[in-house]
Structure formats: structure tokens, C-alpha cells
Design a protein around this ligand. Structure first.
Ligand SMILES: Cc1cc2nc3c(=O)[nH]c(=O)nc-3n(C[C@H](O)[C@H](O)[C@H](O)COP(=O)(O)OP(=O)(O)OC[C@H]3O[C@@H](n4cnc5c(N)ncnc54)[C@H](O)[C@@H]3O)c2cc1C
Ligand code: SF4
Ligand code: SF4
Ligand code: SF4
Length: 351
């Protein structure tokens, strides 16, 4: 475990250890690889051991379970589809949970961009699909989760309140361990995850982009959906806006950040290279990702247009499918197909 060994690939950067510390002795430090790691201030530490027991490093096994159901889908509403990265499964799942949850208030936790283009975990109080817009779209940067596990625990204890937590599998595992028990009013959605670049790496790219544009970056969006001249939909470009009013669309063929993420993917956290969550066994109630290869089963679908893959992993989540069918066009598939076509669902040898 990282807190004892200091070996970088043993730390996912989930920062549950920081939230759990009763005396605020855990802070963050950036190592040479540009990722943030926990560091304990020994003058404050009261040796309670909570940071070590909350850490899921190397011990996710007991938390993982095989999917019960698997399907692909595309959300019907065009606004929702264009606001999403893949086929809009995230919104469809939230709407399905809203339909079946008796809670008065529903908090949806996920990632947002802040005004400085930093990616962090935050929450919205659900009031319809539009309220999800800050959380929509993949941000290909490791998010800052500081304080979020503590906040989720507080909401779960409030009367008539339910919480949907979405994030990478390592963050979902961190939440499960932090809470230490199941809650009927908690739903966990994890994404299929091949690994995340660091915020510092994105900041460096942003600085270079701002220098060449001579303007400040005010908005950035990966997985921008645009219609090409031949009429097909393409989802692998990024969009950004500058404070001088300019707006640009870049592709992985021209943009250095996208080229690295999509083609070489060498800038990842060390823990991502041999991640214990790259498996069909899941930590969450529902897993969402891209339905790569779906055209082999349904030749009328072009996967590049944005098609979601959904894994239903717990008995609690089984009934969500029939509610998701109200907002999505669903295509049956199976876990073996998902594993074959999505490398991030296959167990990895440490690279
Ligand atoms: C770093 C990263 C790597 C990924 N790798 C793969 C992959 O290898 N294979 C694959 O099939 N899919 C991968 N995905 C998932 C995919 O890109 C879509 O996010 C997913 O299919 C959801 O799309 P959607 O249309 O359902 O909804 P959207 O509304 O676009 O989804 C948004 C959801 O993604 C979450 N999210 C966005 N950025 C982050 C982040 N940085 N950290 C944690 N959660 C985030 C939001 O909280 C929200 O729950 C990856 C996503 C990320 C962020
Ligand atoms: S709890 Fe998370 S951030 Fe802390 S050491 Fe473990 S993996 Fe790293
Ligand atoms: S042992 Fe307890 S007090 Fe010390 S850093 Fe860990 S959680 Fe904080
Ligand atoms: S690849 Fe694994 S360790 Fe890396 S961000 Fe994804 S779930 Fe976390």
C-alpha cells in the first residue's frame, strides 16, 4: 500500500485517505510524474490507522462482481445525445433512478470543469436533464475528489435524499470503502476507464494553447459531437472557446493532447497501467462506456457516432433497464462481447 511503501503504482489518487483523516493530517503533493499523491504530516497524525484501512490499493477483489445484464443504447432526445460523450447512458440511468427513487431530493455527483479548466468532483441537485449538463461529457483528466466522499456521506444521512455517485472505478471503490456499508438511497455509476492524464499535464497543454492563441481558455469539451461533410457524426474531436470570442474544434490528427490520449496514451497515472479495475467484474451498480464493435452485431449502427455500453451489476439495478428503455433505444449484447471489444474491460498485465 502506497501509504507504507511510497510506490506510485499502488496509489490511484482517489484521496479517500484525505477525507477519512479525523485531524486533517493528509495533504497532496505532486510527484515527478505530475500526479498528486497523499502525504502525511507526522506532527499531526494520531495513528488511528483509518487512512490505511480506507485505501483500496490491491484489495478491490471482494468489492467486485460480475454483470447481470449488458446492453448498448442511444438516448432518443437529440439535445441529450449531443450533450453526452457516448450514447447518453449516464442521463438515461439518472432519469431511471429518479423514476424509481422515493426520495424527495436527488443529488447527482460527477465531474465538472471549473472556471480555470480544472476537473473536479462536484454535485448537482437533479431537477431534470438540463441540470446534468455540467456533469455531462468525458473529461480526460484525473478529477480532484477532495471532500466528495465526506459530502456524499452527509447527504445519505439526510431525510428523503438519495445520491447518485458517478466516477472512475477507483473512485467508486474509494466511496464504497469510505462508507463501509450499503445504503438503499445510494446508486453508484462507474465508467469504463482506460486511465486518466493528470491535471498538471492538461494545464501545461492549456498554457501552450493560450500562448499560441494569445487569449485565455474559458471552455473546453472533449468528445465534441459534430457532423462531417459526408453527413456522418464524429465524436472524437474537442471543442474549446477563448476569451477573445474565438471557438475552435480540434481533432486527434492535429491536437497534441488528443493525439496522446487517443493514439499513444502514454501519459497516465502509474496505477492506471496495471489497474485492478480493468475487468468485466465491477464495483458499481451500473457501468457505462462506449459500445465499441457494436457494428459487428448491428451493422446499421456506426459506433463512432456515440453508442453507450451499459453493464447492470447489482440486483438493485436490474429494474433500471425497463426505465432506461423509455428514454433510450436499446440493443441487446452480452458481457463476452463487451470484453472482446473494449480493452479497458480486460485484465491487464502491468505495463
Ligand atoms: C478518463 C476516461 C477514460 C475513459 N476510457 C474509456 C474506455 O477506455 N472505454 C470506454 O468504453 N469508455 C471510456 N470512458 C467512458 C466514456 O468516455 C464516457 O464517459 C462514458 O461512455 C459516458 O458517456 P455517456 O454518453 O453515457 O454520458 P456523459 O454524460 O458524457 O458522461 C459523463 C459521465 O462521465 C463521468 N466523467 C467524465 N469525466 C470523468 C473523469 N475525468 N473522471 C471520472 N468520471 C468522469 C461524469 O461524472 C459522468 O458520470 C472513459 C472516460 C474517462 C473520463
Ligand atoms: S486512499 Fe487513495 S489516495 Fe490514499 S493512498 Fe490509497 S489509493 Fe492513494
Ligand atoms: S493514521 Fe489517522 S491521523 Fe494519521 S494520517 Fe492516517 S487517518 Fe490521519
Ligand atoms: S485506470 Fe484504474 S486507476 Fe486509472 S483512473 Fe481508471 S480506474 Fe482509476
Amino acid at each position: 500500500m502506497y501509504l507504507k511503501s511510497g510506490v506510485p503504482d499502488q496509489c490511484t489518487g482517489c484521496f479517500a485517505c484525505m477525507d477519512v483523516c479525523p485531524v486533517g493530517a493528509v495533504s497532496k503533493v505532486m510527484r515527478d510524474d505530475s500526479f498528486l499523491y497523499p502525504v502525511i504530516d507526522s506532527s499531526q497524525c494520531v495513528h488511528c490507522g483509518r487512512c490505511e484501512s480506507v485505501c483500496t490499493s490491491g484489495k478491490a477483489g471482494g468489492l467486485l462482481h460480475s454483470p447481470i445484464d449488458c446492453f448498448a443504447g442511444i438516448i432518443n432526445n437529440p439535445d441529450s445525445f449531443f450533450a453526452s460523450s457516448s450514447g447518453g447512458a449516464f442521463e438515461a440511468a439518472v432519469r431511471a433512478i429518479r423514476e424509481i427513487s422515493p426520495a424527495r431530493d436527488l443529488y447527482v455527483v460527477g465531474t465538472i470543469w471549473d472556471e480555470d479548466c480544472k476537473v473536479l468532483h462536484s454535485a448537482v441537485r437533479y431537477s431534470g436533464p438540463e441540470s446534468l449538463r455540467p456533469l455531462n461529457k468525458s473529461k480526460y483528466v484525473q478529477s480532484d475528489t477532495s471532500g466528495i466522499y465526506r459530502k456524499v456521506e452527509e447527504w445519505l444521512q439526510m431525510e428523503s435524499t438519495a445520491v447518485i455517485f458517478s466516477g472512475c472505478p477507483c473512485q467508486a471503490a474509494a466511496l464504497r470503502n469510505y462508507l463501509g456499508r450499503d445504503f438503499d438511497n445510494l446508486w453508484i455509476i462507474d465508467i469504463i476507464c482506460k486511465g486518466a492524464p493528470s491535471q498538471a499535464f492538461f494545464d501545461q497543454y492549456k498554457a501552450e494553447l493560450e500562448a499560441s492563441e494569445e487569449a485565455r481558455l474559458i471552455r473546453y469539451s472533449f468528445r465534441n459531437k459534430r457532423i462531417l461533410e459526408n453527413g456522418t457524426l464524429y465524436t472524437r474531436s474537442a471543442y474549446y472557446a477563448l476569451d477573445n470570442g474565438a471557438e475552435r474544434t480540434v481533432t486527434r490528427f492535429t491536437d497534441p493532447f488528443l493525439r496522446i490520449f487517443y493514439q499513444k496514451a502514454y501519459h497516465m497515472r502509474p496505477s492506471c497501467l496495471c489497474c485492478q479495475y480493468k475487468t468485466i467484474k465491477r464495483i458499481s451498480d451500473i457501468t457505462i462506456g462506449d459500445a465499441w464493435g457494436i457494428e459487428k452485431m448491428y451493422e446499421e449502427i456506426n459506433p463512432i457516432r456515440g453508442v453507450s455500453l451499459v453493464l447492470i451489476n447489482t440486483e438493485k439495478a436490474v429494474r433500471l433497464r425497463k426505465h432506461m428503455e423509455k428514454t433510450m433505444r436499446i440493443y441487446d449484447c452480452d458481457p463476452a462481447f463487451a470484453v472482446e471489444n473494449n480493452a479497458a474491460l480486460r485484465e491487464t498485465e502491468c505495463q
